[in-house]
Design a protein around this ligand. Structure first.
Ligand SMILES: Cc1ncc(COP(=O)(O)O)c(C=O)c1O
Length: 301
């Protein structure tokens, strides 16, 4: 499909019928969240949200008309991790189609179908293409479900069909997926571990760190790799600065990191979130170069 959002929206719009209920995870990627909160109910579909790390909250929010469960793992940008196997059991016993957006944990990190998901959605724009030069999206699952999504499904009629050139670029990028993603993860773990040693840092979130609340699930389900994104907060009051002032100063001092959104490309990106959290989309550079760059930026605070 044309993009990750093309895949998310057209998969949901094809599989859901008027009068049915969609249960989603809280803290979805910004655009998915807007789609769920502001657009999908216009089609007569009921939507509610649950904290999928809390199984009781999920079971309480399932209704008689719940037909689809949609979650994102790890969540963008808060990096919460959910046990796919546990949720798949709930989905099966309630006869729901279970969809996982695994954009933040592409192969070889996480394989949601193996743990019982019915469909896995990816933004190909990110790790799977890997070069930041093409948009794309994919929905992967059983032939029966994918045939339904393909025709007379929404990708075709909403214009969400992937262009041949972007398909070519994505297939070229995929040849190095395994190697690239392992390097993204190794660099991210090195950066997350370094950030934990810095006195200026309030909190680091990275699923492969022992301090992550769902670290055990990361070990089981993500092949002990945390993905390529590291999120963290600076402390308030560093040299009299507010957290936000310090965020901007740190970003401006970095030389190798580019201030930009997106993820899964060769170079490292950093952005300040609304919550003053910093999100690093770790690239493929030499890990020592990245850490030295962070060090000089911290020293400059
Ligand atoms: C988890 C997740 N899903 C879907 C998307 C949408 O992907 P695209 O930018 O290809 O539309 C994004 C984009 O950042 C994302 O982070």
């Amino acid at each position: 499909m044309t993009s990750g959002m093309g895949a998310v929206c057209s998969t949901l719009l094809t599989l859901l019928n008027k009068g049915e209920h969609l249960l989603c995870s809280e803290g979805l990627f910004f655009h998915s969240d807007i789609f769920m909160r502001e657009l999908i109910d216009k089609m007569g579909i009921e939507v509610s949200f649950a904290d999928f790390r809390d199984i009781e909250d999920v079971t309480q929010k399932i209704k008689n008309n719940t037909s689809v469960i949609f979650i994102e793992i790890p969540a963008n940008p808060t990096l919460g991790v959910v046990d796919i196997e546990a949720i798949s059991k709930i989905a099966k016993s309630n006869d729901c189609i279970f969809i996982v957006d695994s954009t933040f944990a592409p192969p070889p990190v996480q394989f949601p179908l193996k743990w019982g998901a019915d469909i896995v959605v990816h933004s190909l724009t990110k790790y799977i293409n890997g070069h930041g030069d093409a948009l794309g999206g994919a929905a992967i699952g059983s032939k029966k479900l994918i045939e339904k999504i393909k025709y007379p499904g929404m990708p075709c009629f909403t214009g969400a069909a992937l262009s041949p050139f972007n398909a070519y670029l994505t297939m070229r990028g995929m040849q190095t997926l395994d190697m690239r993603v392992k390097k993204h993860c190794a660099n991210a773990l090195a950066i997350a571990s370094y950030l934990e040693t810095r006195p200026e840092v309030e909190r680091v979130i990275y699923p492969a760190l022992k301090s992550h609340p769902q670290h055990a699930i990361c070990e089981k389900q993500m092949n002990s790799m945390g993905g390529g994104i590291v999120s963290f907060w600076l402390k308030d009051g560093i040299n009299g600065m507010s957290i936000r002032q310090a965020d901007y100063k740190l970003c401006d001092s970095l030389k190798l990191f580019t201030i930009a959104t997106s993820l899964g490309e060769g170079h490292t990106l950093i952005q300040v979130e609304n919550s003053s959290m910093l999100r690093i989309a770790v690239g493929l550079e030499n890990e020592k170069d990245l850490i030295n760059d962070l060090k000089q930026a911290f020293d400059n605070l």
